[in-house]
Design a protein around this ligand. Structure first.
Ligand SMILES: [Zn+2]
Length: 287
C-alpha cells in the first residue's frame, strides 16, 4: 500500500527531491487567533482529515558538486507517524552518504530527529550541519539551561544527542549566502532561529520556508493564526504575512514542510488575502 514518497522537480541545473517523512497529529485547538468553529469549518471545506494531522516533508537539493538536505525528518521513536524519510530516500536512489550539507529550518523533533539512526550514529556521515545562530542559542546552547524546567531541559538534551555526531562539522550562520546559490533567510517566530533557505538557479528562485504554514486551509486566508507552541506567536504571524506578500509579488516557488506532499507551489494574491497554488505537475516533474 505504500506510495513511493518522493517527487523530483527540476529548476535549471538544480534538481529538488521532496521526501515524504510521515504525519504528526496536531489538535485544532493549538491554533490561536480564530474561533475553533471557524477553524473547523475551514478545515472541512478543504476536506482535511479529522482528527487533524500534518504531513512532514524534507527536501534534497542536488546541484553540480553538492547534495543538500533541507530538514532531516523525524524519528518514529519520538513521533510514531514519522521516519519514512529514510525509505523515501532509498526509493529515490539518493545515498545518505552522498549528502554534503544538511540545512535545518529549526530544531523541532520533526525536523532534526532524523539526523540519527536508532543506534545513535549519524544518518549523514559526510555532511556538515548548518544552523542559525539564534536557533543554537535557543535549543542547543541556551544560556539559561540551569533555570529551565525539567521538560524543557530534556528537549535540549534530545537536540544535543542528535547534533553530537555533527559537532566537529557544525556551521553556524545568520543570513546571506551559505553555499553558492543558497542563502539563509531568517524567518523568526515559530522559533527564534527559524530559517528559510533560498536557492537560485537560472534566474529562478525557490524558498524552503519550513514551518511558515502548518494549516494551509486556515493560514493562507488568515496569516494572523499562529500555533500555541510558536515561540513568539505575534512574531510568527508578522513573519508569515510578510513572506506571503513577498512570495505573492515575487512569484517564486515555495517548498513547505507541512503543506500537502510534495509541498511545492506558489502563493497567489486573492483580494486582500492569499491562497496556495500547488505547482502544476507538468512543471514540477523533472525532465
Ligand atoms: Zn514542523
Amino acid at each position: 500500500m505504500d506510495n513511493p514518497g518522493f517527487h523530483h522537480y527540476r529548476m535549471g541545473e538544480t534538481v529538488v527531491t521532496a521526501l515524504f517523512d510521515g504525519f504528526v497529529d496536531v489538535a485544532l485547538d493549538e491554533l490561536v487567533g480564530l474561533p475553533l468553529a471557524t477553524v473547523l469549518r475551514l478545515q472541512r471545506q478543504a476536506f482535511q482529515p479529522e482528527p487533524s494531522r500534518l504531513p512532514v516533508t524534507c527536501f534534497v537539493i542536488r546541484r553540480p558538486g553538492s547534495t543538500i538536505l533541507v530538514d532531516a525528518g523525524g524519528d518514529a521513536a519520538v513521533d510514531p507517524g514519522l521516519g519514512l524519510r529514510q525509505s523515501a530516500m532509498l526509493a529515490a536512489r539518493i545515498d545518505p552518504a552522498d549528502v554534503t550539507t544538511v540545512l535545518l529550518t529549526h530544531l523541532h523533533s520533526d525536523h532534526y530527529a532524523g539526523l540519527l539512526y536508532p543506534d545513535g550514529t549519524a544518518a549523514f556521515p559526510n555532511a556538515e550541519l548548518v544552523l542559525h545562530a539564534n536557533e543554537v542559542a535557543f535549543r542547543l546552547e541556551p544560556s539559561d539551561l540551569a533555570a529551565m524546567p525539567p521538560e524543557q531541559r530534556a528537549g535540549v538534551d534530545a537536540v544535543r544527542r542528535a547534533v553530537a555526531p555533527y559537532r566537529d562539522r557544525l556551521r553556524i550562520v545568520s543570513h546571506g549566502e551559505v553555499l553558492p546559490g543558497v542563502d539563509a533567510v531568517p524567518l523568526p517566530g515559530h522559533t527564534p532561529g527559524h530559517t528559510g533557505w533560498r536557492v537560485s538557479d537560472g534566474g529562478r528562485q525557490l524558498l524552503f520556508w519550513g514551518d511558515i504554514v502548518h494549516f494551509p486551509a486556515v493560514q493562507f486566508s488568515h496569516p494572523e493564526v499562529s500555533l500555541s507552541y510558536d515561540a513568539d506567536p505575534a512574531q510568527s504571524a508578522a513573519t508569515r504575512a510578510a513572506v506571503f506578500r513577498e512570495a505573492a509579488s515575487g512569484g517564486f516557488l515555495i517548498a513547505g514542510a507541512h503543506i500537502d506532499f510534495p509541498g511545492l507551489g506558489f502563493v497567489a494574491s486573492e483580494g486582500d488575502t492569499t491562497r496556495w497554488v500547488p505547482a502544476p505537475y507538468a512543471a514540477t516533474a523533472a525532465a
